[in-house]
Ligand binder design. Structure first.
Ligand code: ATP
Ligand code: MG
Length: 262
């Protein structure tokens, strides 16, 4: 299923990244790269540093050491604004949505960086602002159709079951039309059917929009099924990196992670 997709050049290269919180070494000398259009998984036991790695990529955390090369640009660290502006969007391990707001309005917040017209102009020239607003709404409606959530578009997020909230969060990230989508355990806590739906959406995003995906996931069936390459972390160190088959037969990975049931 993944074979027809054209995986491109390296677009994101993490080099020797180290990150510590006081005495806790969350990441130690981690290097790996992400190629355009691929689905790259990050796996490993609890506390291995997976979420910290995503936080480094989108500038929430600043690594003490290392370098991030994104689209050929070398940086010591990212910041969240620059990351978002340059096409990196993400979802969070704990859902980050405005619970009292509707599905539609939550997804609309994902367009924030794309909104050109400023407040004053909106007040002075109703015309252009209105045109822009309509264009954003159209895009959001496209995402709502794509994620098959038309029936809940006006529903406050707090009233939705967990699985659908996760889907709305994906929608919010997609609204930014990202080049790279970082997904932190998008299927955690879901039942089998919800997981299947989420898998299908991730594959469709990758396939139809060409979006590069970096995915943290504990469900090994899902990881082995949908990812092109997998990086394995354990206690903040990289212990494996390769295709799902390579990682599955790596003895260090089996000892640290795959040996236990997931
Ligand atoms: N903001 C922080 N302050 C202090 N320590 C932190 C912070 N964020 C992460 N850590 C620590 O860094 C280590 C890695 O945490 P991280 O959340 O990245 O792991 P993870 O692989 O995502 O785990 P899980 O599978 O449980 O989500 C842990 O020891 C964690 O306690
Ligand atoms: Mg985590």
């Amino acid at each position: 299923m993944q074979a027809q997709r054209k995986i491109g050049e390296v677009i994101l290269d993490l080099r020797n990244i180290s990150l510590a919180f006081g005495g806790v070494k969350a990441l130690t000398d981690i290097s790996f790269d992400v190629r355009e259009h691929e689905i790259r998984a990050i796996i490993g036991p609890n506390g291995a540093g997976k979420s910290s790695m995503l936080n480094v990529i989108n500038g929430v955390y600043r690594p003490q050491q290392g370098e991030i090369v994104y689209r050929g640009q070398h940086r010591k660290d990212m910041n969240t604004y620059a990351a978002a502006k340059s096409g990196i969007a993400r979802t969070f391990q704990n859902i980050a949505l405005f619970k009292g707001m509707s599905v539609l309005d939550n997804i609309m917040t994902g367009r924030n960086l794309k909104i050109q017209t400023n407040f004053l102009l909106q007040a002075l020239y109703w015309g252009p602002a209105q045109r822009e607003e309509l264009a954003h709404r159209r895009k959001v409606e496209e995402i709502i159709d794509f994620l098959e959530i038309q029936h809940i578009r006006k529903t406050p997020v707090s009233r939705l079951p967990y699985g659908l909230q996760k889907r709305v969060e994906l929608g919010r990230a997609l609204a930014a039309e990202p080049e790279i989508l970082l997904l932190d355990e998008p299927m955690a806590g879901m039942n089998v059917e919800e997981k299947q739906d989420m898998c299908r959406f991730i594959l469709d995003v990758n396939d139809q929009f060409g979006t590069t995906i970096v995915l943290i996931e504990h469900d090994m069936g899902v990881v082995m099924d949908i990812s092109d390459r997998v990086v394995v972390l354990d206690y903040g160190r990289k212990i494996g990196d390769g295709t799902p088959e390579e990682v599955r037969s790596n003895q260090d990975v089996i000892n640290a992670y795959l040996g236990v049931a997931h």
